[in-house]
Design a protein around this ligand. Structure first.
Ligand code: OOG
Ligand code: NI
Length: 268
């Protein structure tokens, strides 16, 4: 496990932009618009399966070791996902949203494909410094990918991309010269980036103390056992937080909005 938060986030970011060039382009574009090249991340998100070897707790251990604390619990019944979020006492550090797919709720066929994949992940690999950006530890066929896709877009995404940041999220509150999420969205649309419009381009808002938007995932090539195919990779998210009645900024997530953000990796 990393002992340095910055090294972990640098590893995650470098791995993420390799298959998400839009994120790196938008990062640069926002740097130009705001006159400040350093962007504060609101959060990152990671995905996994609830199988013992690689479950949410195994991913979380990497952050707990760096001083993060577990905060919210979330359930996405239709998507068969459980999630938690983690915060660091230093509030300038990105929050972390980790979800896990409840494998036992899938068909026997899907379960067999996933179990076979995860058999290849060693206990040692899960604890290694680079685990959270180590990608796949298995090979799947394009057919198996499509079988998973028919049942769970999330399962298919994991089969193709493995362990890596699913997205980084720009903190709109920390952007110089930009006050509103809608302004960010306008800049992105003008530059012809495609936004996720499921549930509206802006999910949530001041009434739930969190407004979010995201790009649709880039496409990137995956080498399957039998074919090389371009499929949705990762996306970039933008979050604006509002103060609660007690005067403090809301730090949690909003399940109804998150449910739509997950769909940013759907095929277009
Ligand atoms: C996570 C989706 C939820 C948010 O900010 O609400 C999320 C995912 O797509 O893995 O990141
Ligand atoms: Ni997010």
């Amino acid at each position: 496990m990393h002992t340095d938060i910055n090294k972990l986030f640098q590893g995650l970011w470098q791995n993420y932009i390799q298959i998400t060039p839009s994120a790196s382009n938008i990062h640069e574009l926002l740097g130009t618009k705001t006159g400040k090249s350093d962007i504060i991340n609101d959060h990152i998100a990671l995905r996994t399966f609830n199988l013992q070897r690689v479950n949410l707790n195994k991913l979380a251990a990497h952050f707990l070791a760096l001083g993060y604390e577990q905060k919210g619990d979330y359930d996405f019944a239709t998507k068969k996902l459980t999630a938690q979020h983690f915060e660091h006492p230093d509030t300038t550090q990105a929050k972390v949203f980790i979800s896990e797919l409840r494998v036992e709720e899938l068909s026997e066929t899907a379960q067999a494909i996933i179990n076979e994949m995860i058999c290849n992940v060693s206990v040692h690999a899960v604890e290694a410094d680079n685990f959270l950006y180590s990608g796949t530890h298995w090979t799947v066929s394009h057919g198996d990918y499509k079988t998973l896709l028919a049942e769970s877009e999330y399962a298919a995404w994991m089969a193709a991309w493995g362990y890596r940041a699913n997205h980084f999220t720009v903190s709109v509150n920390h952007l110089n010269n930009i006050d509103e999420l809608s302004e960010v969205n306008n800049i992105l649309k003008q530059a012809e980036f495609r936004l996720n419009s499921s549930g509206g381009e802006i999910k949530g808002g001041e009434e739930v103390c969190l407004a979010q938007s995201s790009t649709m995932a880039d496409s990137s090539e995956v080498v399957f056992a039998d074919a090389t195919v371009s499929i949705p990779s990762c996306f970039y998210e933008f979050a604006q937080r509002y103060k609660m009645a007690n005067g403090e900024y809301y730090q949690g997530f909003v399940a109804a909005s998150a449910d739509k953000i997950f769909e940013s990796t759907n095929a277009q």
